[in-house]
Ligand binder design. Structure first.
Ligand SMILES: Cc1cc2nc3c(=O)[nH]c(=O)nc-3n(C[C@H](O)[C@H](O)[C@H](O)COP(=O)(O)O)c2cc1C
Length: 333
C-alpha cells in the first residue's frame, strides 16, 4: 500500500516522497527591478522545499522570449530561476519548470502560419535546454486548461490540415517532433512530462493521447482538465474529485507515473488517492499555498494549515489576503 512518504524514481531521479507542488502562477508577486521573477519567488519555492515537498513544479513560464532573453527569460530571471533550482534541491526536493505558450485563450490555432508553429517549437526546445542548464531536473509542458498547446490536442479545436493537425499522431507533433532534440541536448536523467486533461471531448481520445505520449517517450503525466472540466460520471464509491477520477482512468492505461490532482488538502484525501492507487503522486496546489510545510505537517500528523477553499482563491489577486495563515495562527495561539 503506497504511503505519501514512499519514494518514487522518475527517469533515475529519486523523489523522496509522493507530494508534488503543482504549478501555480504567483500573480501578486512583484519581481525585482522590472523583471518577472525576483526574491519573492526564491523565498516562496525555497519554503515549499524546506517544508518537505518531494517534487516542485514551478508556475507556468512562457517560452516566448527564451531565444532573445526577454520576458520571463531575462538574464536576471535566469539567475533567479537558477537560485530556485539550487535552493530547492539543497532541501532535497526535485524541481521542474512548467513551460507554456502564453495565456491567451482566444488564440485560433488554425490561423497560425506553419512557420510560426515551427518557431514555437524552437522556443519550446530552447526553454527545455535552458531549464536543464539552470539546474532543473526536468520540464512539464502545459497542454491543459484551454491554452495554446491544449488546443492542439483537442480534435474539436485543432482543424489544421498540415503536419500539426488531423490524426492524433499529428496533433501531438508540436512536442514529439522536438523530443529527440531535447534528449540530445540535456542529460540522460532530464525529465519531460505533460500536463493534460482526459476529457477531449471524450475519455477515449484522452486515453489514446496519454498512451501515445508514453510510447513517444514522455516520462510522466499530470492529469488535470483540458478545454473544459470533465463530464465524467464519477462512480459513487469514488471518494475524490471528478478531476482526480480523470487521473485514475489515465493511470489504468499507462505505465509511466501519473500525478493525481484537485482538492487534495488533507492527510485523509492523500491517503485515499495513494492507497487505492488512483495515482502515483499526489498533486497539491492550494494546499501548499496555504501551508508551505504541508508535507512536514503530514509527517507530524498535526499543525496542518488547511486551505479554506476560498472562491476565487486569493492567490489569483493578492496572496497577502490568503486567510489560511491568519486564521490558523489565531487558532494555534
Ligand atoms: C493561484 C493559482 C495559479 C495557478 N497557476 C497555474 C499554472 O501556472 N499552471 C497550471 O498548469 N495550473 C495552474 N493552476 C492550477 C493548479 O495547478 C491546480 O491544478 C489547481 O489549483 C487544482 O489543485 P488544488 O485543488 O490542489 O489547488 C493555478 C491555480 C491557482 C489557485
Amino acid at each position: 500500500m503506497t504511503k505519501f512518504n514512499d519514494s518514487l524514481s522518475i527517469r533515475g531521479n529519486v523523489l523522496k516522497n509522493r507530494i508534488v507542488m503543482l504549478p501555480m502562477r504567483t500573480f501578486s508577486f512583484n519581481g525585482d527591478e522590472g523583471n518577472f521573477y525576483g526574491q519573492e519567488h526564491i523565498d516562496h519555492y525555497t519554503k515549499a522545499a524546506k517544508g518537505g515537498t518531494g517534487l516542485i513544479i514551478l508556475e507556468a513560464t512562457d517560452v516566448s522570449g527564451v531565444l532573445t532573453e526577454e520576458n520571463q527569460w531575462t538574464k536576471y530571471c535566469q539567475n533567479v530561476l537558477k537560485t530556485i533550482a539550487y535552493n530547492t534541491k539543497f532541501y532535497g526536493a526535485k524541481v521542474m519548470m512548467q513551460l507554456f505558450c502564453g495565456g491567451d485563450k482566444t488564440v485560433d490555432i488554425n490561423k497560425i502560419p506553419k512557420e510560426n508553429i515551427e518557431k514555437k517549437q524552437k522556443e519550446m526546445l530552447e526553454a527545455a535546454i535552458k531549464s536543464y542548464k539552470l539546474g532543473f531536473d526536468g520540464v512539464e509542458y502545459h497542454f491543459a486548461h484551454g491554452f495554446y498547446l491544449c488546443k492542439f490536442l483537442d480534435s474539436r479545436e485543432n482543424k489544421r490540415d498540415d503536419n500539426f493537425g488531423g490524426s492524433l499522431e499529428k496533433r501531438i507533433k508540436i512536442l514529439t517532433d522536438i523530443l529527440a532534440k531535447i534528449r540530445e541536448n540535456t542529460g540522460d536523467n532530464f525529465i519531460v512530462g505533460v500536463r493534460m486533461g482526459l476529457y477531449m471531448p471524450n475519455n477515449e481520445e484522452g486515453i489514446a493521447t496519454a498512451k501515445l505520449l508514453e510510447e513517444k517517450g514522455v516520462d510522466f503525466l499530470d492529469i488535470t482538465f483540458g478545454m473544459e472540466e470533465p463530464a465524467n460520471n464519477v462512480p459513487s464509491d469514488f471518494e475524490l474529485s471528478h478531476i482526480a477520477y480523470s487521473g485514475y482512468i489515465i493511470k489504468q492505461n499507462v505505465n509511466i507515473p501519473v500525478i493525481g490532482v484537485y482538492h487534495l488538502r488533507t492527510p485523509e484525501e492523500i491517503e485515499i488517492l495513494l492507497k487505492n492507487e488512483y495515482a502515483d503522486l499526489a498533486g497539491v496546489g492550494r494546499g501548499i499555498l496555504a501551508d508551505p510545510d504541508f508535507t512536514k505537517h503530514l509527517s507530524y500528523k498535526k499543525d496542518l494549515k488547511k486551505c479554506l477553499g476560498c472562491n476565487p482563491c486569493f492567490w489569483y489577486e493578492d496572496h497577502t489576503k490568503c486567510p489560511a495563515h491568519t486564521i490558523h495562527n489565531i487558532l494555534n495561539k
